[in-house]
Ligand binder design. Structure first.
Ligand code: HEM
Length: 525
């Protein structure tokens, strides 16, 4: 790799059409034997590092009919992102458990989110304003929930030992996201108030999510996973029913309130409905929830708003929990980094909640911890794009020669998050958790050097690239930062003395430390 890569095009005679190196490939099972020999899904992280070390910047693998073309360089990967049409294919389309459930239950609006073409575009345009763009407005709500979560963390995890810290994080993700969605938190982190029905809801959602992960990532479960499909359906049904009811009640309430307010204002505003509506929104909904915003926007019916609850919860809760689980594991394993973070939080927030973007921007060490956690322990090993049309990918100047690779529509192109980010040529001491490498001064220092590649946006977060980038990326980032800002101001989070000392990154729907060590949550002095 070189910095400032030239960007040759295919007419350049120095570009050699090539095929990517790949392990021995068999009919139907593809490169599965090599994959299993390298350790299979339980060694996924290591496999992508090992293959990068063995094959270099480009290689391919093929698991049970699913071909992957794996790139190390984000600038090369961006050729795929730049070639996206108006309607790129999203990852959701491959999640068969969900799409089959939507089909079987005739859930047309939910299905649109993981489809493509105009259906997806219409769905995404209905969601974007109130989720992707309005993220900042949810910060105070999230901060209020984070405060409640933090107030019971020590009791629930360490004193009463009601719950392991990693499960506490999952429930925290639930509490925060339901508050964004319907305006009030389910408070599943607090055993003294959580209803058994709510806890059941969390468990069913996690179970559906985990089964989906096994079916998606384990090529053997894909073949022999009949029972897993029925396990998925049982849990998904529970989740769907609960989430649907939660959203429908919130939407109906919002609509009723809106109608009442409009009527009241009609009387005082001489029956001007627009003025009445504006007043309704100003007075009754000074900080509306996502569902209330959708109701006010009037693009979707209340039944449609209810239908999207389960898919969004599925997409938004456990994903956030997985990412947080690595962040807290890294900070518990590196007490010095945690102490520096606590010092930054104290000096910037001085006990206050994190409620504004300006505060967020004044917490460079917290941002660096999140960024470094994503480098060292990403929740997924690759960023994936499925091709809508054939493409010729040009990989410039490997061995002094540029190569082009013709990849056909329908195949997957991946950016390897375990290649360059773990390569000592680009990152010093890559196996260590060192947030300092992502402080603004360090980023500035590596400008113009080969290591600058680490600061490419495709490496910077786990939310994907291009038009199908995660709908909830901004809200999830806010949730992660706000909760960390609260918990690390209030508590010291450490690995329990008798806890396991080693774990591996095991593949569920995303990677999770397995076994996840026990943690203690002790009041910070
Ligand atoms: C840290 C937490 C999260 C991670 C790591 C994550 C990851 C991702 C990734 C990688 C994609 C892109 C898939 C693709 O390229 O097709 C995606 C899409 C999506 N995410 Fe997230 N996500 C997170 C949180 C959330 C939240 C909170 C929501 C709730 C709104 C959400 C809703 C979605 C939806 C609806 C899509 C599909 C977007 C589309 O196809 O247009 N995610 N997510």
């Amino acid at each position: 790799f070189q910095t400032g890569l030239p960007q040759p095009h295919l007419a350049n005679p120095k570009i050699i059409p090539s095929t990517p190196p790949t392990p021995l490939k068999f009919p139907i099972i593809g490169t599965l034997p090599d994959f299993l020999l390298r350790g299979g899904v339980d060694s996924l992280s290591q496999i992508y590092t090992d293959m990068y070390n063995e094959y270099g910047s480009v290689f391919s693998l093929s698991l049970m009919g699913s071909d992957q073309f794996v790139l190390a360089d984000p600038r090369v990967f961006d050729q795929v992102v730049r070639s996206e049409s108006r309607y790129p294919i999203g990852g959701g389309e491959d999640v068969a458990t969900f799409t089959q459930f939507y089909d079987a239950n005739n859930l047309t609006v939910a299905k649109k989110g993981s489809s493509r073409g105009e259906d997806w575009k219409e769905w995404r345009s209905a969601m974007d304003p109130d989720m992707y763009k309005a993220w900042e407005s949810y910060m105070p709500t999230i901060a209020e929930v984070a405060r409640k979560i933090s107030s019971v963390a020590g009791r629930e995890v360490s004193e009463a030992k009601n719950i392991e810290f990693v499960d506490f994080l999952s429930r925290a993700a639930f509490d925060m996201f339901t508050a964004v969605m319907v305006g009030q938190s389910l408070q599943t982190t607090d055993n003294s108030v959580a209803s058994p029905e709510d806890i059941e809801f969390v468990k069913a959602t996690q179970a559906a999510f985990d089964v989906t992960g096994r079916l998606l990532s384990n090529p053997l479960d894909k073949l022999f996973g009949g029972d897993l499909y029925s396990e998925f359906n049982v849990n998904m049904e529970k989740t769907y029913r609960f989430a649907n009811k939660m959203n429908k009640e919130a939407a109906d309430q919002a609509l009723q309130l809106q109608q009442e307010t409009v009527t009241t204002n009609d009387e005082s505003e001489g029956k001007c409905p627009i003025k009445g509506m504006q007043n309704a929104i100003k007075t009754k909904f000074s900080n509306p929830s996502f569902v209330e915003r959708l109701v006010h926007r009037g693009q979707l019916s209340n039944d449609e708003i209810a239908e999207i609850a389960a898919p969004l919860l599925m997409a938004g809760v456990d994903t956030t929990a997985y990412v947080m689980s690595w962040l807290y594991l890294n900070l518990a394993s590196n007490p010095d980094a945690q102490a520096k973070l606590a010092a930054e939080l104290k000096s910037v927030l001085n006990g206050a909640d994190l409620t504004t973007k300006e505060q967020m921007d004044s917490l460079p060490y917290l941002k660096a911890c999140i960024r470094e956690s994503h480098r060292l322990t990403p929740a997924t090993v690759v960023v994936v794009k499925r091709l809508e049309k054939d493409i010729d990918i040009v990989v410039p100047n490997v061995d002094g020669i540029s190569r082009s690779y013709h990849i056909e529509a329908g195949n997957r192109i991946c950016l390897n998050l375990r290649g360059i980010p773990m390569d000592p040529k680009y990152v010093t001491n890559p196996t260590l958790f060192q947030p300092e490498r992502f402080l603004p001064s360090a980023i500035q220092e590596r400008k113009g050097t080969p290591s600058e590649i680490m600061d490419h946006p495709a490496f910077s977060d786990p939310f994907g690239r291009g038009k199908r980038r995660c709908l909830g990326s901004n809200v999830a980032t806010a949730e992660i930062m706000i909760l960390a800002a609260r918990l690390f101001q209030d508590w010291e989070i450490t690995l329990s003395k008798d806890s396991v000392k080693e774990w591996k990154a095991s593949q569920k729907l995303m990677l999770k430390a397995d076994p996840y060590p026990s943690m203690d949550v002790v009041r910070r002095m």
